[in-house]
Design a protein around this ligand. Structure first.
Ligand SMILES: [Zn+2]
Ligand SMILES: [Zn+2]
Length: 56
């Protein structure tokens, strides 16, 4: 995965750094899931590109 600007795992937008949450995939732990404040607020589902785990 490219270093530098992270992208929201839900909507794909570049993260601004405000209200952003990052956490390891709860299933495989190999991928860092990033969510922007908007997706977190709206509980938009994300999916792991490594194991296809999906969650709110
Ligand atoms: Zn988003
Ligand atoms: Zn995963």
């Amino acid at each position: 995965m490219a270093t530098g600007r992270a992208r929201c795992s839900s909507c794909g937008l570049a993260l601004s750094g405000r209200g952003v949450v990052q956490f390891a995939c709860p299933q495989c732990g190999a991928v860092t899931i990033c969510r922007c404040a908007r997706c977190r607020d709206q509980s938009v589902a994300y999916h792991c590109p490594n194991c296809s785990f999906a969650g709110p």
